[in-house]
Ligand binder design. Structure first.
Ligand code: 5GP
Length: 178
């Protein structure tokens, strides 16, 4: 863990986040009303904060599960990701909502979606908290989106920089990232 402090600037406030998450929760609840077997899949670890907050606003039954992946960002520019923790739930014939913190190149979600499709879910939708389209390499079908952001590196609300800043309640731009 590094000791260095960074210069952070608020991009999305806590109030804006809470309002958006509540409205996404209402939207998801409306869309899945009457359908059975909703499985929310949170991608470890960044999206856990968003997924849990989102789930608090759901008025329909659901099961929350987690999938862990090794992030390409530490090294592999080809976007080769690896599952480090698999789902506990069998998603065959279930309605699946994959919840991710941020989509950048789209490589991570593309890999995950292809993987999940092979497990024969009844439906598979994507809910992302942040969308940064500027660096997109693979097109991702996004069903629910929190905020679109410019081409800046962000931390907070689960998003880290070397394991720091996940606990921040707002989204901040890390101005002096090396
Ligand atoms: P993608 O595969 O779409 O390029 O990248 C997605 C993953 O990269 C995210 O799940 C997240 O872990 C990481 N990532 C991408 N952009 C940012 C960012 O601005 N801040 C942080 N903390 N992580 C990011």
């Amino acid at each position: 863990m590094e000791k260095e402090e960074h210069f952070l600037e608020v991009l999305i406030t806590e109030e804006e986040i809470q309002k958006k998450v509540a409205s996404l929760g209402e939207q998801v609840s409306r869309d899945y009303a009457g359908s059975e077997h909703l499985v929310l899949i949170a991608v470890l670890r960044g999206s856990v904060y968003f997924a849990v907050d989102l789930s608090r606003h759901l008025t329909i039954p659901y099961v929350l599960d987690f999938i862990g992946i090794s992030s390409y960002s530490g090294g592999d520019p080809l976007g080769i990701v690896r599952i480090t923790k698999d789902l506990d739930v069998n998603i065959a014939r279930k309605n699946v909502l994959l919840v991710e913190d941020i989509v950048d190149t789209g490589l991570t979600l593309n890999y995950l979606l292809n993987n999940l499709r092979t497990r024969n879910p009844l439906s598979l939708r994507v809910c992302i908290f942040l969308d940064r389209p500027a660096r997109r390499i693979v097109d991702i079908p996004v069903d629910y989106r929190g905020f679109e952001i410019p081409d800046v590196f962000v931390v907070g609300y689960g998003l880290d920089y070397n394991e720091k800043y996940r606990n921040l309640k707002s989204i901040h731009v890390l101005k002096d990232k090396k």
